[in-house]
Design a binder for this molecule. Sequence first.
Ligand SMILES: *[C@@H]1O[C@H](CO)[C@@H](O)[C@H](O)[C@H]1NC(C)=O
Ligand SMILES: *[C@@H]1O[C@H](CO)[C@@H](O)[C@H](O)[C@H]1NC(C)=O
Length: 372
Amino acid sequence: MRSALVFGALAALAAASPVPQEIDYDSVNAAGLPPTATIPVVGATAQVVTYDAAAAASSVAAEVTQDPASARKRDLGKRDGSCAVQPTGIPSLVPSPDTASAFLAADVFAAAATSASTPSGYTNTFTNLKASNNAYGYMGYTTLQSYNPTLCSQKCDKINGCAAFNIYFERDPSLDPNSINCPDPKSVTNIKCVFWGGPVTAANANNAGQWRDSFRVVIAGSNGYVNNTIEPAQGYSQPNYLGNAAINAPNDCTGANTYMGFKLFQDGPFDANLCATACSAQSAYNLAHPPAAPAVPQTCQFFNTYLLLKNGASVGQYCSMYSESWANSYATNKGSYQTNSAGATDHYTITYSYSFSNSTDPGVPAGPCVKV
Ligand SMILES: *[C@@H]1O[C@H](CO)[C@@H](O)[C@H](O)[C@H]1NC(C)=O
Ligand SMILES: *[C@@H]1O[C@H](CO)[C@@H](O)[C@H](O)[C@H]1NC(C)=O
């Protein structure tokens, strides 16, 4: 697996926009959606994805001044299976008859999901769905011997970047299906615990399984849990939760535009420190390239970072930078409808929005404040 992150490169070095900021939909469209994670249904009982926060932050710092193109390739290589014997899962949980419809109807899965208790420090975001999540920032998975959200949460807590998890029962093939030799093998039942770097919600629980030759993979008893806290950012106030809205700051009382531009990160997990690093790097850049006197360089003292969604799917972690701090009451941007190049309408929304203010200097208007 990839061990460090590459990220979408969208430069906004000298954004001297005369109007209050708006999400840069042109750049967002050009960046496209990050690839959907493929969680294996054959071949392994666990997958580890590591996140190197320091390496990711240092790429952000370099990118702010260099803006390299991001190179990301999708691996869509699909091959027929080999009939290799797969891990046995939990034999007592294979329904009779051994069919996808019996699996979907089995009370035992619904009962486990609806009676599960929520681990402390987490919020249960949905219960007993028949689909798994495509959330932001795939962080690997493990299989469990029992349907135990607390055990799953403890594993999430040990994974750098894990913000949420999805636990469910999955009907998987006992042999890696092959179109000629074993197109529809007997099933095994696995309990999967999948880790994500952004929130799992009913809206992004949209993976209802798949066909492997004539074998149908299905999911039942799917529950989602999101950690109630995010990592703080060094040198900033505690994360300030803004819910589903982004800051939409007016000019300040001197008439100055405090918006300094944005970055978009597309390889999860969600990490406020990426935006903090971009903010500091932007300040350093501006201080090293001051405008002609009497103007003074703008430094980044405040940022708002959130997940931007397009029709419910994660586009990436948006990071807006400001020279002054803005109160929660300015979090009024809840996204918008945009007409795309094909003439269809895309609905952009915001979720998991947080603001951070430089803890030693939140930024103040330069010079005496003249209200207009
Ligand atoms: C939640 O996330 C925070 C920040 O990453 C972490 O310190 C904590 O261990 C996680 N789990 C719980 C139960 O709070
Ligand atoms: C906070 O602001 C001060 C003053 O501009 C600056 O020196 C410091 O580097 C900032 N902190 C961070 C983490 O960027």
